[in-house]
Design a protein around this ligand. Structure first.
Ligand code: NGO
Length: 547
């Protein structure tokens, strides 16, 4: 633990501490009952005591107990549903020590099993919703899609004791409160961005983050693949971008890049956790790595040196040159070809060394290239100062200091049909320090404690400026990595703010309440600790002793 001292690891007294922590939180419910004589009485967490808060919760009846003979029954033959079953088994086997075979379902009833079933009915569940029915006879997850079942698995997981997250055998009982959860997301886009340019992160590090994001029902992974300090994706037609432009990082250390096969591995891993990868090539500024790799991309034909500092806005592609558009076309064509997701992000932020006329000309041409290769344009909200193409998504990263004119421009675009992903820097930027003592991060948008990060409503955040609630596609939590170099660093900044942004993206506005949220967040402490996530123990939250 780097931020706040040592993490208590109380393996021997885990159950007692769990029980004590649970009752301190008032999570022991009418549905709790001792599992067996002499059991330390681990309380059953109430249905709904999860993050993100579910849309509807109906506690009823006695709990379900996962036993050694339980099976994971998968209804139907769809490969992706079976994959969700295998994923669930993989989560539960190490800590329970149970075999949990994934078997074909013979129909409802019996078995004291966990059952996963697709339904074509219940259109209210939408593309990502699910229903969880729990009782002594079993747990059934129902959804219209495998994504819905996967999100239901995250709920089931959070209803089990935190020790289920450990990778070595633990003591049960493994109980889930009785009743029904019916849950659908508020927003379709619930993103996390990782800047792999300022510092490079390996495939394994990205996969680890993906696993952590999935627990909170995040469904978009935005990868910031290029910036002044590093180009991180192989492009066959411009090989020096990665080979040379990817060779360093902020501070001058070794950089790195993903081969196309490695990128495909990340995309595939994300898909297995029901996240879509949104790749970003930031243009026309934030391009020193490209400009250093190819002299012809510069207006003066001279390649600048590689850059390892942290200034922004000094670089620009040469807007009048034809070769710039050959470059843009090649890069976007190759990236689109390895990206199954819908979106391709072209940056557009902080083009301080590009004239506004050039900026507009460039962004409009770049958008056309994204469309030509079949992708939906995404850009930082400055793209609204060009001409967003129909269907474009602008990512708002303003903050309390953002001027009225800039907000009005975003609002005008939103009124004209541009959809918005909200990532306000003084709320959702995971690289902002929690307080002045935070070891990592920046504070240009202020310090952002957990309550501030959670304390806004995406539906009304830009209402004053004139943004209609219907224009909001969702939220994102970006993690810029000027100061971030390891998985430990990622975790220290993302957790516990990321779960709050995930909740703003998923949960109905009616559940929004800091006092209730901080109790549910506290209950995540032991779970994050069991997962080995080195999270920031915010003093605003009463973390249980085993967190
Ligand atoms: C800004 C800037 C990034 C920085 C980040 C640091 C955007 C969209 N552009 O956000 O280059 O890394 O702040 O917080």
């Amino acid at each position: 633990m780097r931020l706040l001292g040592t993490v208590p690891r109380l393996a021997g007294s885990l159950l007692l501490v769990l029980a004590a922590g649970a009752s301190a939180l008032g999570v022991a419910s009418a549905h709790s009952r001792p599992h067996s004589p002499g059991s330390p009485g681990a309380a059953v967490r109430p249905l709904g005591q999860i993050v993100p808060a579910p849309a509807q919760v109906h506690p009823a009846g006695a709990p379900f107990t996962l036993t050694p003979s339980a099976r994971i029954r998968v209804a139907g033959h769809a490969r992706d549903v079976r994959d969700v079953g295998s994923y669930l088994a993989g989560l539960l086997r190490p800590s329970t020590g149970y075999a949990l075979p994934v078997v074909q379902d013979g129909g409802p009833g019996g078995g004291h099993d966990v059952r996963l079933a697709l339904t074509s009915g219940d259109s209210a569940l939408g593309a990502e919703g699910y229903r969880l029915d729990s009782g002594p006879g079993g747990v059934t997850l129902t959804a219209r899609t495998s994504a819905g079942l996967f999100h239901g698995v995250q709920t089931l997981r959070q209803l089990l004791p935190a020790a289920v997250e450990k990778r070595t055998p633990q003591h049960g009982p493994w109980q889930v409160a009785g009743g029904t959860v019916t849950d659908v997301p508020r927003y379709a886009y619930r993103g996390a961005m990782l800047d792999v340019s300022r510092h490079f992160f390996t495939v394994a590090q990205v996969e680890k983050y993906i696993d952590e994001l999935a627990l909170y029902k995040i469904n978009e992974l935005h990868l910031h693949l290029s910036d002044d300090q590093g180009w991180r994706i192989a492009v066959n037609s411009w090989p020096r971008l990665a080979a040379y432009g990817g060779s360093t990082a902020v501070g001058g250390g070794a950089g790195g890049f993903y081969t196309k096969a490695q990128y495909a591995q990340i995309v595939g891993y994300a898909a297995s956790r029901h996240l879509e990868v949104v790749p970003e090539i930031d243009m026309p500024s934030h391009t020193d790595a490209a400009l250093a790799s190819y002299a012809q991309l510069n207006c003066d034909g001279v390649a600048p040196p590689l850059y390892t500092g942290t200034e922004v806005g000094f670089s620009s592609l040469c807007v009048p040159k034809d070769v710039t558009y050959a470059f843009v076309d090649d890069v976007i064509r190759e990236l689109a070809a390895i990206t199954p997701g819908r979106y391709l992000h072209i940056g557009g932020d902080e083009a301080h060394s590009t004239s506004q006329a050039d900026y507009v000309a460039f962004m409009n041409r770049a958008q056309a290239v994204v469309q030509k290769y079949g992708k939906t344009v995404m850009g930082w909200h400055q793209i609204t100062s060009a001409t967003p193409v129909p269907g474009a998504v602008a990512e708002y990263w303003g903050y309390d200091e953002t001027g009225a004119a800039e907000r009005a421009q975003v609002a005008a675009a939103a009124q004209a049909g541009t959809r918005l992903v909200l990532a306000p820097a003084d709320r959702s930027y995971l690289d902002m320090k929690y307080d002045e003592d935070t070891r990592l991060g920046q504070d240009w948008a202020g310090t952002v404690e957990v309550d501030r990060s959670y304390g806004w409503d995406p539906g009304t955040y830009l209402a004053d400026a004139g943004v209609p609630a219907s224009a909001v596609l969702g939220v994102e939590a970006p993690l810029w990595t000027e100061t971030i170099t390891s998985s430990d660093d990622i975790e220290a900044m993302a957790f516990p703010r990321l779960p709050g942004i995930a909740e703003l993206g998923w949960s109905p506005a009616s559940t929004h309440d800091w006092t209730a949220y901080k109790v549910r967040l506290a209950a995540q402490g032991p779970r994050m600790a069991a997962l080995g996530i080195d999270f920031y123990r915010s003093p605003l939250v009463d973390w249980p002793a085993n967190s």
